[in-house]
Design a binder for this molecule. Structure first.
Ligand code: NPW
Ligand code: K
Length: 471
């Protein structure tokens, strides 16, 4: 499990640790870790550090200090290190002295030829969009040169992943003490590249943001035992599809059949299409351990969704089912509710513009969870799973190609199946998003980065399932 912590928590842990250590010790740990990653990168690319041209973008705070001290270490190994300050009057004095003593130099402009750029403009002290001097330096990074960000890419909000205006795009981010949420959540996550965590000895409380990994998912997946039958493994009911959108029903059933429940029951006007594709589906009302309500329902079906919400079983509400949901009604439910909106649906549920959800995904997901008393899976390039009180889960396996028609229907069937198999709302949501993302990668097969179809994602779920168990 990867865990991430807010700036406030990281700062508190740093204060506590700094009080017990000699002055500057933490920054030296950070700089040593940063220099080690730069050394590995340079060695991989050019065989050695000696003679490499390294450019440091140095901000006015301790983030710049980390870069300057790391630059001094590289200069001592024979690299030609040039620091370009954001503000020449405000540079970390100790870091500057160390760099100059090691043979580094200062420049006013970013040199056009470089083997590596180190972004030490801003770290967790950055606020709002990059000011003009910082934006100008970020804009001068020569194309094609690898960029290592110090702690986080400058311009990314550490707590939320939000980016207001220009920001640095890093190939590698070396972060200190703990992941920050902005490294796991888009748009920040996609600017961070590969993230290396340097342990500087912080002692941290339970996590506020989590990202599952293979082993976490494997431990949560349902596994039939010798005594389980289809009813004990759970039956998931699917209320989906309409004459206009029969495909949504087929895709939700496809996701559900591969999600670990013992059986899938379909209710709605697309039974013929469902049976034609999946003859193993049970048709018509009956007992279930969880419901999925909403994919492809079309207009005027709110009453059917409300009837399911009145039952004392877990209910996942998606797509058309999300229209006009009553927060009061949801909050009084005793069984779990899982809502799976995309940004537009989340905006409607929160009665805010879509842009404000896109720009502040973490806070939107948490606000929805509070307002509706539900677990909320906010779909997007980094899907988030928020529930009242617990940590927010960030899905690390997503791919932009999942933004394709019907892919959400597969996801809701899959998550509903996991609910029926007994997983909690947050676990079902997080495991479903994880498998769904992995399956999309498998669906692309030998042509990664190419378009995929929703039914291919459903068909690739067994491979995703197998992959998490086999590592
Ligand atoms: N604490 C520790 O123990 C350790 C900390 N470590 C390192 O310290 C980093 C945090 O350092 P930090 O607190 O000095 O803040 P930092 O990110 O350098 O930026 C502050 C400066 O930026 C400026 N500024 C702000 N916003 C701006 C904007 N939008 N555009 C332009 N400028 C902006 C702001 O200006 P001001 O608002 O004061 O005018 C201020 O001068 C942390 O990320 C990690 O790398 C490690 O060494 C491990 C040990
Ligand atoms: K930085």
């Amino acid at each position: 499990m990867r865990t991430a912590y807010s700036v406030e928590t990281v700062r508190a842990a740093e204060r506590e640790l700094m009080a017990r250590l000699p002055e500057g010790a933490l920054m030296q740990r950070a700089a040593a870790g940063l220099a080690a990653v730069c050394t590995r990168l340079l060695t991989r690319r050019r065989g050695r550090v000696y003679g490499a041209r390294v450019v440091l973008l140095a901000g006015p705070g301790d983030n710049g200090g980390d870069a300057l001290y790391a630059g001094a270490r590289l200069a001592r190994r024979g690299a030609g290190v040039t620091a370009v300050p954001m503000d020449p009057q405000r540079l970390h004095p100790g870091g500057l002295a160390a760099l100059l003593a090691a043979g580094g130099r200062l420049a006013q402009e970013v040199p056009r030829r470089a083997d590596l750029v180190v972004d030490g403009l801003l770290g967790i002290g950055g606020r709002g969009g990059l000011r003009p001097a910082a934006a100008a330096l970020a804009g001068q990074i020569p194309p094609g040169v690898p960029v290592v960000a110090v702690d986080l890419p400058s311009g990314v909000d550490a707590d939320t992943g939000e980016v207001a205006g220009p920001a640095v795009r890093a190939d590698v981010t070396v972060t200190f003490g703990a992941y920050k949420p902005g490294l796991l959540v888009d748009p920040g996550a996609s600017l961070a590249g590969a993230v290396h965590l340097v342990d500087i000895g912080l002692e941290l409380p339970p996590a506020q943001t989590q990202a599952l990994q293979h082993a976490d998912v494997a431990a949560l997946l349902p596994a039939p035992t010798a005594t389980s039958d289809k009813y004990r493994r759970g039956v998931v009911g699917i209320l989906a599809g309409s004459r206009q959108y029969p495909g949504a029903a087929v895709l939700a059933v496809a996701g559900a059949l591969r999600g670990g429940a013992g059986a899938v029951r379909y209710v709605g006007p697309a039974a013929e299409a469902v049976l034609a594709r999946y003859p193993e589906t049970l048709i018509g009302p009956g007992r279930v351990q969880a419901w999925v309500a909403g994919p492809g329902l079309g207009e005027g079906r709110a009453g059917e969704v409300a009837d399911l919400l009145a039952q004392d079983v877990p209910v996942l509400v998606d797509a058309d089912g999300l229209r006009g949901l009553d927060p009061e009604l949801l909050r009084t439910r005793s069984a779990p509710t899982l809502l799976t909106p995309h940004a537009g649906e989340a905006a409607a549920l929160l009665e805010v513009p879509r842009e404000s959800v896109e720009a502040g995904r973490l806070s939107a997901a948490a606000a929805l969870a509070r307002r509706y008393g539900a677990t909320v899976l906010l779909k997007g390039s980094t899907t988030l799973i928020a529930s009242g009180g617990g940590p927010v889960r960030v899905n690390p396996t997503g791919t932009a190609w999942l933004a394709t028609a019907g892919s959400g229907d597969v996801l809701s069937g899959l998550a509903g199946s996991l609910l029926a198999a007994g997983l909690s709302g947050p676990d079902a949501g997080a495991v479903a998003a994880y498998l769904h993302g992995l399956a999309a990668r498998h669906a692309a097969g030998s042509a990664p980065g190419t378009p995929i179809l929703a039914h291919e994602v459903a068909e690739a779920l067994p491979k995703a399932w197998h992959e998490v168990h086999s590592r």
